[in-house]
Design a protein around this ligand. Structure first.
Ligand code: ADP
Ligand code: F6P
Length: 324
């Protein structure tokens, strides 16, 4: 149980994600509506350690709901992983009167929040990452926008790939998680999907698949490859040499992390922002906001971080059945 909160701090941490601004707006407005003060922490934990903290009013978050990125900026901050860094961060919370901190980020950011809670700061995490790799929740801020951006790009690549009767490898983001690759693979009707969770590095199987499909009259072969597997350019060279078919690789890169958030990202991020403030108002701490089994809910941070990560085997298996 948290102590009563009077000042809420909010920060964004780790990779940015479209919809983070909608969440910031909801946190600020919901807190102000309930008579609380709000402080915006700039540049994630780096800003907390360097005391880059400013008062925020309802007006400060106008005209941001539709914008990608994060108006609070974000950072990766190795210092936060040291006890000195955590101590300074907690001291700065106290100096600024922050008794409840909302951390919008991925599981690394939640680990930082958990560390701060040991110094008596009430903390609530909101899942913000395009990777969808936080097990306790079926939704993370930014995933919907990112997969729609990638899907549209892959549609365009498919047009030219078909015209030239080429194979295409499209590399999407996801260093450790294949959710973006799996969703785009299904949405774009890819012939092969390579996921960090279960790729067997059997390139011969892919080559045989391309040759068999070509014999059956397929005019293109789309391979969606996750960043975690990478090496798309070299893979294209090897596939071209083995199949004799022109093969091109495209790395979509950071375009997937930017852009105006979709309706879903705006609405879910907004709901989660208010939910986080409501948790703090209800005296809760060490919680992660989640969307699970069709409802907004919350989990203990420890419990959320301990959940094993996985990819949907069923969805992966249907992608294979459909790629005939
Ligand atoms: P994400 O939050 O998207 O998973 P990172 O893993 O890069 O992104 O983590 C973001 C930041 O959270 C890190 O730069 C660091 O400041 C903080 N962080 C990550 N792991 C820890 C940890 N074990 N202890 C304290 N802080 C951490
Ligand atoms: O935001 C998530 C993510 O896009 C991951 O897929 C990727 O591993 C990581 O961020 C790369 O981010 P950066 O290059 O900013 O460290």
């Amino acid at each position: 149980m948290a102590n009563e909160v009077s000042t809420i701090g909010v920060l964004t941490s780790g990779g940015d994600a479209p919809g983070m601004n909608a969440a910031i707006r909801a946190v600020v407005r919901c807190a102000v509506y309930n008579g609380l003060k709000v402080k915006g922490v700039h540049r994630g934990y780096a800003g907390l350690i360097n005391n880059e903290i400013k008062d925020m009013t309802a007006k400060d978050v106008s005209d941001i709901i539709q914008r990608g990125g994060t108006v609070l900026q974000t950072a990766r901050c190795p210092e936060m992983m040291t006890s000195e860094g955590q101590n300074t961060a907690a001291e700065n919370c106290k100096k600024n009167g922050i008794d409840g901190l909302v951390v919008i980020g991925g599981d690394g950011s939640f680990r930082g929040a958990l560390d701060l809670s040991k110094y008596g700061i009430n903390v609530v995490g909101i899942p913000g990452t395009i990777d969808l790799d936080i097990t306790c929740t079926d939704y993370t801020i930014g995933f919907d926008t990112a997969v729609n951006t990638a899907m549209e790009a892959i549609d365009k690549i498919r047009d030219t790939s078909t015209s030239h009767e080429r194979c295409s490898i499209i590399e999407v983001m996801g260093r450790n998680a294949g959710h973006i690759a799996l969703w785009c693979g299904l949405a774009n009707g890819a012939e092969d999907i390579l996921l960090p969770e279960n790729y067997d590095y059997d390139e011969r199987r892919i080559i045989d698949h391309i040759i068999a499909n070509r014999k059956r009259g397929k005019k293109h072969h789309i391979i969606v490859n996750a960043e975690g597997i990478g090496h798309s350019m070299l893979m294209a060279e090897r596939i071209e040499a083995a199949t004799g078919l022109e093969t091109r690789a495209t790395i979509l890169g950071y375009m997937q992390r930017g852009g105006s958030p979709t309706c879903k990202d705006r609405v879910y991020a907004t709901t989660m922002g208010c939910y986080a403030v409501d948790l703090l108002l209800a005296g809760k701490t060490n919680r992660v906001v989640a969307y699970s089994e069709g409802e907004f809910t919350d989990y203990d941070i420890d419990e959320a971080l301990a959940m094993e990560k996985s990819i949907s085997e069923y969805q992966y298996s249907i992608s294979k059945r459909l790629a005939i």
